[in-house]
Design a protein around this ligand. Structure first.
Ligand SMILES: [Fe+2]
Length: 353
């Protein structure tokens, strides 16, 4: 009797904190997953407030980025820049990442194996070209603006191994989805050329903007996500990363676009917009420098100390990763090892010439 009461005394404040921050799981948070509250508009209210504050912070940070990039980001939901680095610098970086030996986290997502190395300051000290990229002022300003938080992102090397899993299962990243209920960004500097051979990034331009139809869809999905047990129509609803059907996409007037890009292209995407991993037809690799920036959407302010905040976030995230690792390794979803990324099916520009 005492045990459940004690457990509730720390769980309730945690759930409440999640409601006023980045919490998105309808399953693990009974407040977010409460049908009556969502019927009264809890989810839609959170979406609305998060978007208003995002636009407010973007406005304040606008001096960081030239106006045409701001327009591109606000209108389409992503920025795409080809030939991002000078050629010579890019090839040095590509060579370094292809040869980099580090702590790899490998997860299975359907038929895809995703390998990532978290490039914290310790790893960066062994990767001078990546360190230069992290210190690139233009990239720094773009990411600080697009995240709306004035904070540089976390950096990873990401390497996809398509058709590498011997037990074919659907890859959840191949379905059109949103990452969460609020605007936030991920970015990729492509080390390989991308096409439908190794899976281009697919984005639905304009789908990051709130329209009446989109709000109605959010409301409908939030009620669906509250369903429990057998009533739940899709296994993916519970985590708050809503999947969108073809019919709903059409109803909202959206059309997806495949961003098949050459190596050395930078893509920064607002992952509140619908996106997915494109189809990969062949056994192939796709390597990127992968950047991620996610913050509390309900804090109207941003940090005045970008560097120090980035350092602090990196430290906190490093510890959180150890905890997450333990859980995923135990469930068999992940394996960790120190070594090289698998690059036997990489597509360099010389392949296509
Ligand atoms: Fe995603």
């Amino acid at each position: 009797m005492l045990q459940p009461i004690l457990s509730l005394t720390w769980k309730v404040p945690k759930w409440l904190f999640e409601v006023i921050s980045w919490g998105k799981s309808f399953k693990s948070n009974p407040i977010l997953g409460n049908y009556v509250l969502n019927r009264c508009g809890l989810h839609v209210f959170r979406v609305l407030v998060a978007h208003l504050l995002f636009r407010f912070r973007l406005f304040l940070l606008s001096p960081l980025v030239p106006s045409h990039y701001r327009r591109e980001f606000i209108e389409n939901g992503y920025i795409l820049i080809e030939n991002f680095l000078p050629k010579e610098d890019f090839y040095k970086l590509s060579g370094e990442l292809n040869r980099f030996e580090g702590p790899v986290r490998e997860i299975v997502e359907g038929t895809t194996i995703t390998q990532r190395i978290f490039m914290d300051s310790e790893q960066r000290s062994r990767a001078q070209e990546l360190k230069k990229l992290v210190e690139n002022q233009f990239l720094n300003h773009l990411m600080r603006f697009c995240s709306s938080k004035n904070r540089p992102p976390l950096f990873y090397i990401e390497n996809l191994c398509n058709h590498a899993n011997v037990h074919p299962r659907p890859d959840p990243q191949r379905d059109l989805h949103v990452d969460t209920f609020h605007p936030c960004v991920k970015a990729w500097l492509y080390i390989d050329n991308t096409s439908d051979e190794n899976g281009s990034y697919v984005y639905v331009p304009g789908s990051h903007r709130l329209t009446w139809k989109r709000l109605k869809w959010e409301y409908k999905e939030s009620l669906e996500a509250c369903k429990k047990g057998e009533d739940r129509s899709s296994g993916r609803y519970w985590d708050g990363s809503f999947r969108v059907s073809k019919d709903d996409l059409e109803e909202m007037g959206y059309v997806e676009k495949e961003l098949s890009v050459p190596e050395n292209t930078l893509v920064i995407g607002n992952v509140y917009g619908f996106h997915r991993r494109g189809v990969a037809l062949k056994k192939s690799n796709r390597m990127t420098v992968w950047m991620q920036a996610r913050n509390n959407p309900f804090n109207p302010l941003f940090t005045p100390f970008p560097k120090a905040t980035a350092r602090a976030f990196e430290g906190v995230w490093k510890k959180a990763l150890i905890r997450l690792d333990r859980r995923k390794i135990e469930s068999g979803e992940q394996r960790n090892f120190f070594g090289y990324l698998s690059r036997e099916y990489s597509r360099k520009s010389t392949d296509s010439k």
